[in-house]
Write a protein that binds this ligand. Structure first.
Ligand code: C2E
Ligand code: CA
Ligand code: CA
Length: 736
């Protein structure tokens, strides 16, 4: 439409002057009339509007139906600044336009061509596309703009929707994989220059497939939406969350490299996601594993960081479930490791590598043996014993648990039948196995086959069996009770808060999870109070209680004091092979002596590891003998004075500043300046690491942390080495 104004829209040329002077094509009155009519019909057809402004940018003309569209009167609009009609800040979705914003164009008296703008105010969003040309008078003085406009709201919205769809996950509204990759790439590039850090968390839901399979896809979708909402709540604007597809989520966290904070956040996500869900009348319980990697430590480029977080996630899943892990160089083998476990597990049963061990459960008061819990053991021909917390979840994932579970049940019943004493035996039943419709029939046939008295058999099941159809679950409980077997609720108190099902489910026993016993004897711990509550609840429902994982005498005293009826734990015995069970039972050794440390020590671990100790820029070889959050014991330097400041190089860029507190010959006890934190597994790590930016500053290219980054930095300070202050002495390798 700009053409309509073209005669006066550009600076005047000689031709124009001639035209004005009437030399060429004089416009007749009829012609003029036709033009006005044409203009009117164009405006009225809604094909477009016209506008004009004065030299100050104030409106002097606007098509009537444009004003109508704005809900205003043309007369009222006259004199309004053009820029006031539109939103000052550029709409995010308009960002991609190559043109400068409207105020800039107007100020610079530039032509405006097809500029999309958002109409100011109004209840609903309106977008216009405007065009215009600056006008000059005979003296080349600027007199204002003439231009056209049209409403592009609908086409614009659909373009916006398409843009949204291509960047966001339609189910949860979170960013999709495409957007997350774009965001991470641009963040990492920008942060590299300003030497900032960025953490990446990968989440993968545990047991999601089970919900999807038992409750159906719509329920699965609803569950994913609820999970997304919970993640958003925990993250609370601190990072960008995306769903990569399936049950995989990703979170980008700016300026986060404190592994203490990251671990806490990971733990919080696990906790929140593990709370039960209410989905169209059914209860569902899932969990999540979390892998964490931090740039630039674990990866500089997007691909590298994503791979590191993926490997950390893999390690978290491999270590059982509901855990977080920080990326570690060693994990590059982790994925291979898990695949190996998968492959080898398929053969383990056939090649006779599996065995049942038995752990005593004793009476709290008399310490008399009441029951033996059967625990599966897998001795791998090359790798030795592999923990059930590793291979049972793998078996569940690859659909092997049914076979393993059936084998364990049959084997245990046969063995228990051989015992010279009529003792109870407890067998663990995976929720996946319990979900089978024919599970009660299987138990029945194995009891017949083995001729074990049903009253001697106790089935340990976890709260996750309440997943799925509650009526069918209740029916199965009843079928099992009719067979005469006992039911125990295992790992009680781990994350699922609803107690209502306890009233209806016919359990004979509640096993209080180890996590309530661990640390319960420390000051200000509220686990004892929870234990009391569980015990009184169980008593009111006539159920026995077992305190699991009791290791020390003070823990034993505490669980007795809190009223647990039974105890299971290393304080009495670990799980032992069947031959040993038979031997004990034949000798009539039914009463157990508590044997173990007096007191629970917070995570002090005996280790034997060669590490480097740095003092005055000098590096010594020492042996780490024991490590806790607050300090360590080292061996290998003679007569180090108390209060000497040292740095322990714990590897992987972890430098722990410490002070010598005790010193005796070649052994020193040091206290850390900053306590270590949990690494998500059962190890400890430092909050901070040597930054790859520091290494870069020392003249090396920016890269993720090598095995021993201190070696690279050390060269920097080699110039001002002082003499060695301490004498290194060899230490013999023995386990403390
Ligand atoms: P769970 O059913 O909670 O079994 C108790 C676990 O705690 C056992 O670990 C046992 O060795 C350990 N434990 C007992 N007392 C102590 C203690 O004082 N301190 C510590 N730190 N640990 C103690 P285990 O044998 O490694 O088994 C781990 C899990 O694997 C079991 O946890 C159970 O969920 C699963 N599992 C083991 N065998 C089977 C099986 O035959 N079938 C199924 N479905 N799951 C099994
Ligand atoms: Ca158990
Ligand atoms: Ca347990």
């Amino acid at each position: 439409m700009a053409g309509f104004f073209s005669r006066s829209a550009r600076a005047k040329t000689q031709q124009d002057d001639e035209a004005e002077a009437g030399v060429l094509h004089p416009i007749s009155a009829a012609d003029l009339q036709r033009r006005v009519e044409l203009l009117d019909s164009f405006e009225n057809a809604g094909l477009g509007w016209f506008w004009a402004s004065d030299a100050q940018g104030r409106l002097i003309y606007l098509s009537e139906n444009a004003a109508e569209k704005l809900g205003l009167d043309t007369a009222d609009l006259m004199g309004t600044h053009l820029t006031d009609l539109f939103e000052p800040e550029v709409d995010q979705s308009l960002e991609k336009q190559s043109q400068r914003p409207l105020p800039f164009l107007l100020g610079a008296r530039n032509s405006i061509s097809q500029l999309a703008v958002k109409v100011a105010g109004g209840k609903t969003e309106h977008f216009w596309e405007i065009a215009g040309k600056p006008q000059f008078d005979q003296n080349q003085d600027f007199v204002g703009y003439r231009g056209s406009a049209k409403d592009i709201t609908s086409t614009f919205q659909s373009a916006k929707d398409a843009e949204r769809l291509s960047q966001y996950d339609s189910l949860t509204g979170l960013a999709n994989r495409h957007r997350m990759t774009k965001r991470l790439t641009s963040t990492l590039t920008a942060f590299r220059n300003s030497k900032r850090s960025c953490a990446l968390m990968m989440l993968d839901l545990d047991r999601f497939k089970q919900v999807n399979d038992t409750l159906g896809h719509p329920a699965g979708d609803e569950l994913l939406q609820q999970v997304a909402a919970r993640i958003e709540k925990v993250i609370d604007g601190r990072g960008e969350i995306g769903r990569l597809g399936g049950d995989e989520f990703q979170i980008i966290l700016h300026d986060m490299d404190d592994r203490g904070d990251l671990g806490e956040l990971g733990q919080r996500l696990i906790q929140m996601i593990s709370q039960p869900y209410q989905i169209s009348g059914s209860r569902a319980v899932i969990g999540t594993s979390v892998g964490i990697a931090v740039s630039p430590y674990d990866g500089v480029e997007c691909d590298e960081l994503v791979k590191a977080a993926d490997l950390a996630l893999y390690a978290a899943k491999g270590g059982g479930r509901g855990q977080y892990r920080f990326y570690h160089i060693d994990f590059t083998d982790g994925a291979k490791h898990r695949r190996q476990v998968e492959e080898d597990l398929r053969d383990a049963l056939a090649s006779d590598e599996l065995e049942m061990y038995f752990q005593p459960i004793v009476d709290c008061k008399t310490h008399k043996l009441k029951c033996l819990e059967a625990l599966m053991r897998w001795e791998h021909p090359e790798r030795g014993f592999i923990a059930p917390s590793i291979f049972i979840p793998v078996a569940e994932d690859i659909g092997l648990i049914k076979e393993l579970g059936e084998w364990a049940l049959r084997r245990t019943c046969f063995q228990a039948k051989e015992w010279p004493v009529e003792l109870r035996v407890a067998v663990n039943v995976s929720a996946v196995q319990f979900a089978r419709d024919d599970f009660p029939d299987l138990v029945k046939s194995i009891l017949m086959e083995t001729q074990l008295d049903p009253h001697r058999l106790e089935l340990e099941i976890t709260e996750s069996v309440f997943l799925g159809d509650p009526e069918r679950t209740q029916e199965k409980f009843e079928e099992l009770k009719r067979l005469g077997v006992r039911l125990a609720l295992d790992d009680f108190g781990t994350g699922y808060s609803s107690l209502s099902y306890l009233q209806h489910a016919p359990f004979d026993k509640i096993k209080i999870d180890q996590s309530f016993v661990r640390g319960a004897t420390e000051k200000d711990n509220n686990n004892p109070a929870i234990m009391s509550a569980i015990v009184s609840l169980a008593e009111s429902l006539h159920m026995e209680t077992v305190a699991e994982g009791v290791e020390t005498k003070d823990e034993l005293n505490l669980v007795i004091e809190r009223g647990a009826s039974h105890v299971q734990g290393f304080i009495f015995s670990k799980a032992i092979p069947h031959a040993e069970v038979l031997e004990r039972l034949e000798k009539g050794e039914l009463v157990y002596e508590p044997r173990g440390p007096e007191k629970y020590r917070s995570e002090r671990k005996s280790v034997y590891r060669k590490i480097k100790l740095i003092h005055d820029n000098h590096v010594y070889d020492v042996t780490l003998r024991n490590l806790s959050k607050t300090g360590a014991m080292i061996e290998g330097l003679l007569d180090v004075p108390i209060d000497t400041n040292v740095v322990l190089n714990l590897g992987g860029g972890q430098l722990a500043v410490a002070t010598v507190r005790r010193s005796e010959g070649a052994t020193q006890g040091v206290e850390f300046e900053l306590p270590l934190i949990s690494d998500g597994a059962d190890g400890l790590c430092t909050r901070h690491r040597v930054s790859p930016y520091q290494i870069e500053a020392a003249g090396k290219p920016l890269a993720s942390l090598p095995e021993d980054p201190y070696e690279l930095l050390k060269l920097e300070v080699a110039g001002n080495l002082k003499g060695r202050a301490f004498m290194e002495v060899g230490t013999h390798k023995s386990r403390g």
